[in-house]
Each structure stands twice: as structure tokens, then as C-alpha cells.
Design a protein around this ligand. Structure first.
Ligand code: NAD
Length: 514
């Protein structure tokens, strides 16, 4: 189990669950600068998806808890010092958060792996990225000093300034719990907003931990609130409540639509990061070995539970057979297991419910006539009995009419389609409702540029897959979302622009009644 530092202990009590079993931590949530239980007293058990052991018990907040947190954030915004704190000072605090994340990196990574099942290598990389996000927005906080506009009249000054948007509601998914939270918390804090964040009900632990780190840094009370609980209760309250000025959501498309509807209540600003069904286009003139290697990384990272997973392989017909043969050879060697084991390459899926959804898609694929090359079932053996595992799976002979090609399976499933021409590759790549990300593999740089521009996606990788970093915007075209996180745009989302016009020589106009 985790090595816990002293601040971590403040937010939890330990229960013996009988029979001399290891203690399970009972956590509290963070509202108005205090660690509190749910008003109802209800709790939820948090499960390790590798072995179904209870790793913590957290408060099961409801609408009343969400309202209380929203009121705290409202008061902190309307009456508190944070929105008026000099941007450089806000930046300094964010630098301190980044330092603490780095200091606690191993503990955070282990906690993320216990909660999500992802491998430790991935969790450690997440923590480095998260520290980087806080550091980036710390540096950016005081860089936009507004601008002076050349007003089209004499004796006037026209300024444009940016101000914090207000109280922000934030809702995050289970696949990258702390990473997705950091993409929202860091820019919102840099902008001077106050906030209520609801982590996924099944993976709240690292988000609660970062609240402790923030407590250590010392933000004014009510600036950051973390409410644990379910989507239809806490999440829906955040989306509906008229005291919330902006709702930033990362999650599935159907939930995103509900958030949009609820946000219309008070015409909230909305930022949506939704799903993807991302093409990985491989031309025959690619570097074959590297393209094979990345095709596997693209789809099997975090067992395919990645919004930008390269789940659709589009391979040029003339190299199809060799490419697929090589993929299958490599897939046979993927080591499934406990994410906490340093040798594991792929962990379990997040829950029994999610595994059932992924297995349903495998059945759909078979019925649709796709050719199952490998996987398609649960791995055998004692080690896999309790975990929510599905083998890495490849379906060949797919077409864009199939549901397994069109819908986000969010599991370790690769579909393979072939193309003959560049035009056909582009057409197939764009042929879904999504537009999050995609990649093109070729040694012809002119073609690489042409294809990149033709893809209707927020991110395109050339001869690579997956890189993202705080300096570059992230978000989707089409139904993959609204707005951008990361980059300068990621900060602008949490600001309003104000135009201030000053007449330096006011004189009566004598227009009316003179
Ligand atoms: P989800 O939509 O089921 O849940 C996301 C969050 O929304 C959770 O916190 C959940 O409790 C909450 N929620 C559920 N119902 C709600 C409601 N009615 N009102 C308000 N909140 C509600 O998604 P998930 O299964 O947790 O995550 C997987 C999805 O997230 C995938 O579709 C994936 O593509 C997407 N995702 C997108 C990005 C991106 O950057 N575009 C990143 C990560 C994940």
C-alpha cells in the first residue's frame, strides 16, 4: 500500500475491516477550506480494478454538498481576495503546487495506478505532465497584461483587459483522473477564478490528494473545492446551478450533451472535451518498424482507455498483410497484469461495467463480419481472475460502416481498414462524428502536410502518436468537443475580455433637448 506523508493522514481515518485485513482509509472531501463528510453521511468504496480490493472509502456527496461548495466558491469569488491577487502572486502559488507534485510524484503515481489499474510507468509520466501543466500556467499567469487599442477618435483611451470568468464547475473522467483535473485547475487558478471540481466517482483519490497539496500551499478558503459523488447528482448540480459561470467537462459524448442542455439554464460558458475515434494512417513509404511499434502504442496504451487512442488503423493496401502479421506477432508478447508490477505492459479495464461494454463491442464486431485476428476474450490464469481484463484485440477487414469503426469502444480493440489512394485515406479518416486526433505515417513530407491539413481533427501527429504538452492546445473538431484546453487558449477559456473606453476630454453632445 501507499507510503503516506503527514498531510495525507489529516484527510483520512482508518477503519479495520475485520479479520486483521489491512486498514482502509476513509477520506473526506474539501469544501470551503475544510475536510468534510457528505452531509448525508453516505460513503462509497473505491475499488482496485486489478483485484477488486477496497482501497479507500470516500464521501458520497449529493446535490446539497455540491450547493454548499458552489456557495463557498461564489463567496470566495465575489468577496474574497483571489480574483484581485496580483497575477504574479497567483503564479507563484502554482509554482509551489508544481513543486509539491514533484516531491510527491511516486506516492501520487502509485495512488493513480491503484485507482485506475494503469501501469506505474504511465502514472509516473502523468505526474510529470501534471507538474508541467502547473508550471506552464504559473509562468503564463502574469504574461497577458491586456492591450491598448487605437480608438478611432481623438482624446480617448481604449483598453482591453482580461478578467476571471467567475465560479467554475469542473467534471472529470476516470481514465486520466489527475491529469484532466490539472488541465482545468491550473489555468482557472492562474486566471483568478474560484472552482468546484467533481472527479469521477470511481477514481477520486489523486484529486483529493492534490487538494491536500493545495492546502499546504495555502489558497484562500473557498477558492478550490472538491466534491466527490456521482454524475447525476453532484455533476448535474454543477451544470445546472445558476451560481456557476462556466462548466468545463471532460468525458463521454452523451454526458457532454446533457451538460450542454443543463448549462443553458443560465447560459453558462461551456468547455467540452469529449470522445474520439482516432485514425492512424499508415502509407506504404513509412518507416515500417517504427510505424508498427507506434500503431501498438497508439491503441493499447492504458488498455485503450484513452480519448485519443489510435483505435482505427488505416493501412495502405500494398503493405497491409506484412503490417498486420507483424502487429499480431507483437501483440502476442504484450504482458498483461497488475499495474503496480514494473514489468506489466497493460493493466485491466477500469470496472466490470466498462469491461462488459468492451466485450459487447467485440461481439458486435464479430457479428458485423470483421475478422478477429487475435484477442477478443478475457486472459486465462489465476492472476487475471479478479481483475477486469480483456486481451488486446485486433479486427481486420473492417469498413467504415461498422459500429466498431464508428463508435468509441474505449478498450484494447484495434480495427484495421485498408486504402489505395491518399484521397481514400483522408475520406475514411474523416468518416466519423468525432474529430479529436489522428496520425499520418509517411516519408513524403509534402503528403504529410497535405493529409494533416485535410484531417478534420484538433491534433494531427506526423510520424508519431500521442504527444501532447502544456504549450500546445488540445481539443476536438466536430462532436469531440467545444473549446481548447492547454496552451494559451486553455487560459483564455477561464477569462472574460473587457473593453474599457475612456473619454479624456468629455464635452456636452447637445443632441437631445438643447
Ligand atoms: P462519463 O461521461 O461517463 O463521465 C465523466 C464525468 O461526468 C464523471 O465525473 C461522471 O460522474 C460525470 N457525469 C456523468 N453523468 C453526468 C451528468 N448527468 N451530469 C453531470 N456529470 C455527469 O465519461 P467517463 O466514462 O468517465 O470517461 C470516458 C470518456 O471521457 C470517453 O468518452 C473519453 O473519450 C472521454 N475523455 C475525453 C478526453 C479529451 O481530452 N477529449 C480526455 C479524457 C477522456
Amino acid at each position: 500500500m501507499l507510503e503516506m506523508n503527514s498531510s495525507y493522514r489529516k484527510n483520512c481515518t482508518k477503519n479495520r475491516n475485520g479479520g486483521g485485513e489491512p486498514a482502509v482509509e476513509t477520506k473526506r472531501m474539501w469544501i470551503n477550506g475544510e475536510w468534510v463528510e457528505a452531509q448525508s453521511g453516505e460513503t462509497r468504496e473505491i475499488i482496485n480494478p486489478y483485484n477488486q480490493e477496497v482501497i479507500a472509502v470516500v464521501p458520497e456527496g449529493n446535490r446539497e454538498d455540491a450547493k454548499r461548495a458552489i456557495q463557498a466558491a461564489r463567496k470566495a469569488f465575489d468577496e474574497g481576495p483571489w480574483p484581485h491577487t496580483p497575477a504574479a502572486e497567483r503564479g507563484r502559488k502554482l509554482f509551489q503546487v508544481a513543486e509539491l507534485i514533484e516531491k510527491n510524484k511516486e506516492e501520487l503515481a502509485r495512488l493513480e495506478t491503484l485507482d485506475t489499474g494503469k501501469t506505474l510507468v504511465e502514472s509516473r509520466a502523468d505526474m510529470e505532465d501534471i507538474a508541467g501543466v502547473f508550471r506552464y500556467y504559473a509562468g503564463l499567469a502574469d504574461k497577458d497584461g491586456g492591450e491598448i487599442i487605437d480608438a478611432p477618435m481623438e482624446n480617448a483611451v481604449s483598453q482591453v483587459v482580461r478578467e476571471p470568468v467567475g465560479v467554475c464547475g469542473m467534471i472529470t473522467p476516470w481514465n486520466y483522473p489527475l491529469l484532466q483535473a490539472s488541465w482545468k485547475l491550473a489555468p482557472a487558478l492562474a486566471a483568478g477564478c474560484t472552482m468546484v471540481l467533481k472527479p469521477s466517482e470511481i477514481t477520486p483519490l489523486t484529486t483529493l490528494k492534490i487538494a491536500e497539496l493545495m492546502e499546504e500551499v495555502g489558497f484562500p478558503k473557498g477558492v478550490v473545492n472538491i466534491v466527490t459523488g456521482a454524475g447525476p447528482t453532484v455533476g448535474a448540480e454543477l451544470a445546472e446551478n445558476i451560481d456557476v459561470d462556466l462548466i468545463s467537462f471532460t468525458g463521454g459524448i452523451e454526458t457532454g450533451k446533457k451538460i450542454m442542455q443543463a448549462a443553458s439554464n443560465n447560459v453558462k460558458k461551456i468547455a467540452l472535451e469529449l470522445g474520439g475515434k482516432n485514425p492512424n494512417i499508415v502509407f506504404a513509404d513509412c518507416d515500417f518498424e517504427t510505424a508498427v511499434d507506434y500503431a501498438l502504442n497508439a491503441v493499447f496504451f492504458h488498455a485503450g482507455q484513452v480519448c485519443s487512442a489510435g483505435a482505427r488503423l488505416l493501412v495502405e493496401e500494398k503493405i497491409h498483410d506484412r503490417f498486420v502479421e507483424e502487429l499480431v506477432k507483437r501483440v502476442k508478447k504484450i504482458k498483461l497484469g497488475n499495474g503496480m508490477d514494473e514489468n506489466t505492459q497493460m493493466g485491466p479495464l477500469i470496472s466490470a461495467e466498462h469491461r462488459a461494454k468492451v466485450e459487447k463491442y467485440i461481439e458486435i464486431g464479430k457479428k458485423e463480419g470483421a475478422k478477429l485476428l487475435i484477442g477478443g476474450k478475457r486472459p486465462e490464469g489465476a492472476e487475471f481472475e479478479k481483475g477486469f481484463f480483456v486481451e488486446p484485440t485486433i479486427f481486420d477487414g473492417c469498413t467504415s460502416k461498422m459500429r466498431i469503426v464508428q463508435e468509441e469502444t474505449f478498450g484494447p480493440i484495434l480495427t484495421v481498414e485498408t486504402f489505395r489512394t491518399e484521397e481514400e485515406a483522408i475520406r475514411l479518416a474523416n468518416d466519423t462524428i468525432y474529430g479529436l486526433a489522428g496520425a499520418v505515417w509517411t516519408s513524403d513530407m509534402n503528403r504529410a502536410q497535405r493529409v494533416s491539413r485535410a484531417l478534420r481533427m484538433g491534433t494531427v501527429w506526423i510520424n508519431d502518436f500521442h504527444p501532447y504538452f502544456p504549450q500546445a492546445p488540445w481539443g476536438g473538431y466536430k462532436q469531440s468537443g467545444i473549446g481548447r484546453e492547454l496552451g494559451k487558449t486553455g487560459l483564455e477559456e477561464y477569462t472574460e475580455q473587457k473593453h474599457i473606453f475612456q473619454n479624456l476630454d468629455p464635452q456636452p453632445m447637445k443632441w437631445f433637448g438643447s
